[in-house]
Design a protein around this ligand. Structure first.
Ligand SMILES: Cc1cc2nc3c(=O)[nH]c(=O)nc-3n(C[C@H](O)[C@H](O)[C@H](O)COP(=O)(O)OP(=O)(O)OC[C@H]3O[C@@H](n4cnc5c(N)ncnc54)[C@H](O)[C@@H]3O)c2cc1C
Length: 416
């Protein structure tokens, strides 16, 4: 067993993990990142398309380019990284926390630290999560796995493709598979609106003439050894019209039906999760209910832009460093998801400093209004030309507006 000791450890070396480590090092503390893959960068490494980095680097980069730029900053900061290390357990015996990681190279690593930042990202929902009936042939992949096969392993998983779910990874894979010479016969979405970003609907489906079947249930996957077809049925006035079901022949099905924050390890540590995000509840310092355990990035809530991940993780890293130096959360106000808001994160803010909140709405609406209320009094109202659940919204609270908040005051965010 190899023993290490640092001020802080970050679990996960994606964009969030690297950004958090940068801030811990900037505060003059020692920091180690533990990453189960052999490279830093996380999910970015398989996203070879453009669309990353407009805020963090003021440039449009591909995922691997963004990861490379972050890694350069990370290496320059003097933080350590142990790659190929899966953190299996974290014990909290008192003053220090002890992480146990397993690696083929080092065996068991025992890392003693004062604080931990969780940055484990998220994983894809699969066929079992959405219970599609039918046979169990080969040729059914999650879209992220297919992305990894095509972009990193040089393997095309099929030639005639149907994509179930209109999440961003599926949309991007519709375009990627088309570029690779496959025929994409359609994207099937159970909801009446797409789950992915509008820009991806335009650039990945419309530009390639790929049909989008909204309000359609996938009623079966058929085939013997290999997928042969997918059956879909329209949903009209809230009822599935099975008599109108039809089959789309294909040899491959890609599932893009949502992402779930990777929190098995967090739960083992006693971290409480918000059922609306499946990520930890955090306070104004981005700290979970377990003192000294912080969280940021997709492990906290699923983000659509890496720039927001990096921004949030920098906050968590900086707060983690202040916590190690003895700062504790001061006066806090509770943040509540109001009408038409699924969640707002973080769920507590300190009224003395500017606070950026990230939220997702439950509705699709043009000419919407985002309203922030302090105890039912509107303190901010902003027009939003269009809102939809797939597009994360951010709002910054001005401390001036929170000056007369009382000890039990609540901030409520609504989309009207
Ligand atoms: C297909 C796709 C397309 C996207 N397109 C865009 C885009 O165009 N523009 C944009 O800005 N953003 C885009 N994003 C979003 C953005 O890339 C992600 O939100 C961001 O990179 C997530 O960073 P993260 O660090 O939170 O998670 P991840 O990148 O997933 O990193 C988590 C890391 O934790 C490691 N890990 C997990 N558990 C453990 C453990 N127990 N021990 C050790 N290590 C562990 C994992 O191996 C992983 O490397 C896209 C995302 C996807 C999936």
């Amino acid at each position: 067993m190899r023993e290490l000791s640092y001020d802080a450890a970050v679990i996960g070396g994606g964009a969030a993990g690297m950004a958090a480590a940068l801030e811990i090092r900037a505060a003059g503390l020692s920091c180690v990142v533990l990453e189960r893959e052999e490279h830093l960068g996380g999910i970015l490494l398989q996203c070879v398309h453009n669309g990353f980095g407009l805020i963090e680097f003021d440039e449009e980069l591909s995922g691997p380019e963004f990861a490379e730029r972050m890694e350069e900053k990370f290496r320059a900061s003097g933080a350590d990284a142990y790659l190929g290390v899966t953190v299996m357990d974290v014990e909290d015996p008192g003053d220090r926390k002890v992480l146990f990681g397993y690696s083929a190279e080092h065996g068991i690593l025992r890392v003693s630290v004062r604080a931990v930042v969780l940055a484990m990202g998220c994983r894809e929902r699969n066929r079992g999560n959405i219970r599609i009936p039918g046979a169990r042939p080969a040729g059914v992949y999650t879209a992220g796995l297919a992305q990894r096969l095509v972009n990193m392993e040089g393997y095309l998983p099929g030639k005639d493709v149907v994509i179930i779910g209109s999440g961003d990874i599926g949309l991007i894979m519709a375009r990627r598979m088309s570029w690779a010479g496959a025929r994409v016969h359609g994207v099937v979405e159970i909801l009446p609106y797409p789950s992915g970003l509008t820009r991806n609907i335009v650039q990945c489906l419309h530009d390639f003439g790929i049909p989008l079947y909204l309000s359609h249930l996938t009623s079966g996957i058929f085939g013997g050894d290999r997928v042969e077809s997918v059956e879909i049925a329209p949903i009209e006035d809230g009822a599935v019209r099975f008599e109108k079901a039809f089959r789309i022949p294909c040899d491959t099905v890609l599932l893009s039906v949502g992402l779930v924050p990777e929190n098995e390890l967090s739960k083992k540590m006693g971290v409480e999760l918000n059922p609306m995000t499946n990520g930890p509840w955090t306070d104004s310092m981005m700290m979970t209910n377990v003192p000294g355990i912080f969280a940021a990035g997709n492990v906290l809530h699923v983000h659509d832009l890496v720039d927001y991940v990096a921004e949030e993780a920098r906050r968590a890293g900086a707060a983690c460093a202040r916590w190690i130096r003895g700062e504790r959360p001061g006066r806090e106000l509770r943040v509540k998801a109001g009408p038409n808001v699924r969640y707002a994160a973080p769920c507590r803010v300190g009224p003395e400093a500017p606070n950026k909140l990230y939220l997702r709405t439950l509705i699709v609406k043009n000419d919407a209004v985002l309203e922030v209320r302090l105890d039912n009094r509107v303190i901010q109202s902003r027009k939003k030309p269009h809102v939809q659940p797939s597009e994360m919204i951010s709002v910054t609270l001005d401390p001036k507006d929170l000056a007369d908040a009382g000890p039990d005051s609540t901030i409520e965010i609504a989309i009207l």
